[in-house]
Write a protein that binds this ligand. Structure first.
Ligand code: NI
Length: 171
């Protein structure tokens, strides 16, 4: 299975709130397989459907490169049902290249959703897993890491992109 193209900031789909999935069918299962393949090929630890151009509430997460005890999972319509504490960690995003910024998150979350087989699942997460889940749910709400950093840092990143674009146009 081929990996899909990952949309990059400032693609408008990344700013859109994704639609809830009302039926978990073969199409959703196929999407999950393709997203997983795409995430692995890009060496990511998480991916949201909108990043591959599908505006639906589906995420895949595999933080095992950072925390080997954790495993791959996919979640449809994930919802954070409780959260506590605070943690700050440097995050990157496959849709926001060359941007590594400290982002404040909740330290622990309890998330509920459905597996690709339609079974309701609940995951209690802390540390890097909690961070990754919150990052991917942010995507489903049209939110990127650059929306969570200071205006100054955001401006600096935009300027960097503009310069790179100009350079590409010259070459
Ligand atoms: Ni991301």
């Amino acid at each position: 299975m081929a990996a899909l193209e990952i949309l990059k900031y400032p693609h408008p789909l990344l700013k859109k709130r994704c639609e809830k999935v009302d039926r978990i069918d073969g199409e959703v299962k196929k999407l999950v397989r393709e997203m997983t393949e795409t995430m692995y090929q890009a060496n990511g630890i998480g991916l949201a459907a909108c990043q591959v151009g599908v505006s639906r509430r589906v995420i895949v997460v595999d933080v095992s490169p950072v925390d080997p005890e954790k495993e791959l999972f996919a979640m449809v319509n994930p919802e954070i049902i409780s959260e506590e504490g605070e943690i700050e960690h440097e995050e990157g995003c496959l849709s926001v290249p060359d941007c590594l910024e400290k982002v404040k998150r909740k330290e622990k979350v309890l998330v509920r959703g459905f597996s690709p087989s339609g079974i309701e699942i609940e995951i209690s997460a802390d540390g890097i897993l909690a961070i990754a889940i919150q990052h991917e749910i942010d995507h489903l709400n049209g939110m990127l890491i650059i929306d969570r950093i200071s205006r100054l840092k955001r401006e600096l990143y935009r300027n960097k992109l503009r310069k790179e674009k100009k350079k590409e146009e010259k070459d």
